[in-house]
Design a protein around this ligand. Structure first.
Ligand SMILES: Nc1ncnc2c1ncn2[C@@H]1O[C@H](COP(=O)(O)OP(=O)(O)OP(=O)(O)O)[C@@H](O)[C@H]1O
Length: 312
């Protein structure tokens, strides 16, 4: 996060959303996003991410609680909020017979104070595709066009619903760079994503939603703190897990082994790794497929989904 002060650009308090049939998709969530911050909403399928983002965008009124975007109620004061926000939906839904340039021009016509279309198409790497019809674009290019349209109004707040779905690794990295650049220039970004590495690498803070509630929130480091690290390796022929020193003595808190591949979970990664490697050295064995990794968001995410299943 850069230094734009602590102005809360997005404030959500005890927010609820109930659909027609009485289903409560958002069950009282509270978070805020400061100016110039990237905030990611993560969650299992159906956790309520899109339902939440739609309330922030003012597309529906909450069943309870409060939303403020730039100090306004985005549903009741849409006219005050909409021109200052950019929205990239999961499905752009624009006419597919138009070319990229025509689509951008059409969109610019509906956007107050729009930037030159060529500038935003350049920004998202579509400058060479202006004459191509939207229906002929690849899935990833269409996603980038969605992003370009969201940027046309030079928004102070940007809502990105799964911005890199369908993009290849390079396209994803380019989008991350672009979003970081916007953040550094002071744009506030709220994104939803299914890619944990996207949230880990991009978000200043994040919340993991599960069944309509926030299970955990904080910086990526805060969310992963306290989660176990992992070490895995393959034992050579003739060796078994029982040949290692007692796992508890190595700080291991969980293990599994399918055939020769051993997977260890530990909260003391250095002690575990040092103990296993010292044993291998003494035994004169080579551990193949050796992999040592710190606690990641994936660990936190899977842990939350499992813990809540157990509690349900
Ligand atoms: N119009 C609707 N009427 C009834 N239920 C709905 C409606 N829209 C969404 N839901 C339900 O609300 C829950 C949350 O949906 P939502 O789309 O917000 O989840 P999500 O976290 O964005 O999921 P995903 O990761 O799968 O996109 C789901 O159980 C969904 O079936």
């Amino acid at each position: 996060m850069n230094n734009h002060g602590h102005e809360r650009v997005i404030e959500v308090t005890d927010l609820r959303r109930v659909y027609g049939g009485g289903f409560e998709a958002v069950r009282g969530i509270t978070f805020s996003v400061a100016r110039g911050e990237i905030f990611a909403l993560l969650g299992t399928n159906g956790a309520g991410k899109t339902s939440t983002v739609e309330l922030l965008e003012g597309l529906a009124a909450p069943a309870g609680g409060r939303v403020r975007v730039l100090g306004h109620d985005p549903f009741r004061e849409r006219a005050a909020v909409r021109p200052r926000t950019g929205v990239m939906l999961q499905e752009g839904g624009f006419p597919s017979d138009l070319t990229v340039a025509e689509t951008a021009r059409l969109w610019a016509g509906c956007t107050s104070g729009a930037r030159p279309e060529a500038e935003v198409l350049e920004l998202v790497g579509l400058a060479g595709k202006t004459g191509v019809r939207v229906k002929q674009l690849s899935g990833g290019e269409r996603r980038r066009l969605d992003l370009a349209l969201a940027l046309l109004g030079d928004p102070e707040v940007l809502f990105l619903d799964e911005p890199t779905t369908g993009l290849d690794a390079e396209g994803r990295r380019d989008t991350w760079e672009l979003v970081r650049g916007l953040r550094d220039a002071g744009t506030t970004v709220l994104l939803t994503t299914h890619y944990l590495e996207e949230a880990e690498g991009l978000a200043d803070r994040l919340a993991i939603l599960h069944q309509g509630r926030i299970a955990v929130s904080g910086t990526p480091a805060e969310v992963t703190a306290g989660r176990p690290s992992r070490m895995s390796f393959e034992l050579p022929d003739g060796y078994f897990l029982g040949d290692l020193p007692p796992l508890a003595d190595l700080g291991v808190c969980g293990h599994e082994s399918d055939g020769r591949l051993v997977r260890l979970r530990t909260r003391e990664l250095q002690r575990t790794a040092a103990g296993v490697l010292a044993w291998a050295e003494r035994a004169g064995v080579e551990l193949r497929r050796l992999d040592v990794r710190s606690a990641s968001l994936e660990e936190a995410f899977l842990g939350i989904a499992q813990e809540q299943e157990v509690m349900a």
